[in-house]
Write a protein that binds this ligand. Structure first.
Ligand SMILES: [Zn+2]
Length: 262
């Protein structure tokens, strides 16, 4: 069995055929799907979806690229939603939060404000954080350190070995997906090949970050096994070994996964 630790199943790209996408993932052996929120507007949607889809779970948070539209009282709403979801076995953590210095636009101070406030909530409720890290590896880690958040996933990780080590030493797991399937993605492939297996979790970021064979098309969670086969090949592992290992790693990164069944 495989776990997709990052899938935006609520995205409009899946409106026409969401049920088919889910059953294709299930038939492909993807028995767990983590659906992170991106803004207050989709908190209720990801929760409802995680309850409707077998094996799915959800996280609540405000994505850095949604901070320009976010309001301060969205943080109060997030706190209330966390409290309301705390007894829900399908609620697994805070996300998607983080910092994005690649996309021009969002103000840094504003991104940092929302990131920091949400890390404080992660700390207060002892929940893992699912982090968006884009050209912001050092700053995202600094936030985790500053707020004492030691568990979660740096998703679509694309940093140096030194930065990867620093995240792992801090207690974080690193998410790998479609990017490892591109032969020219030398650095990501080296990381996927050489980092300790215990540090790696699988993800799609569907509908984004499509693998090489779906270049510029919609990505879907049923791609995890094929992406995993590429990663397993890089490491000289059998795909089943990688499936088992990375699913166990996902449970370590997101302990509340154990509360609900696949
Ligand atoms: Zn995402």
């Amino acid at each position: 069995m495989w776990t997709d630790t990052h899938c935006h199943l609520d995205a409009a790209e899946f409106d026409a055929d969401r049920d088919a996408v889910v059953s294709a993932a299930r038939s492909a052996g993807v028995s767990r799907i983590v659906i992170p929120a991106v803004a207050r507007e989709n908190f209720a949607t990801v929760r409802a979806l995680a309850h409707r889809v077998e094996g799915a779970v959800y996280a609540l948070g405000i994505h850095p690229l949604y901070t320009p539209q976010a309001r301060d009282d969205d943080l109060d709403a997030l706190r209330r939603e966390i409290e309301a979801s705390f007894a829900d076995p399908r609620f697994i953590g805070i996300g998607e939060i983080g910092l994005d210095y690649f996309v021009p636009g969002p103000d840094d101070a504003r991104q940092q404000h929302f990131y920091d406030a949400q890390l404080k909530l992660a700390r207060e409720f002892d929940l893992p954080a699912i982090c968006h890290v884009r050209k912001s590896q050092d700053q995202v880690l600094k936030g985790l350190r500053r707020n004492g958040v030691h568990r979660g996933i740096a998703h679509a990780f694309n940093g140096s070995f030194q930065q990867a080590r620093a995240f792992i030493d801090h207690g974080m797991h690193l998410g790998f997906g479609g990017n490892v399937t591109f032969e020219r993605a030398l650095q990501i492939r080296r990381l996927a090949e050489q980092l300790p297996l215990e540090a790696i979790v699988m993800e799609t970021d569907a509908p984004d970050i499509a693998p090489a064979w779906l270049y510029r098309e919609r990505n879907t969670p049923d791609q995890v096994p094929r992406i995993g086969a590429v990663l397993a090949g890089l490491r000289g592992l059998a795909p089943e070994e990688l499936a088992l290992g990375t699913t166990a790693n996902a449970a370590a990164a997101l302990p509340r996964l154990a509360l609900s069944s696949a």
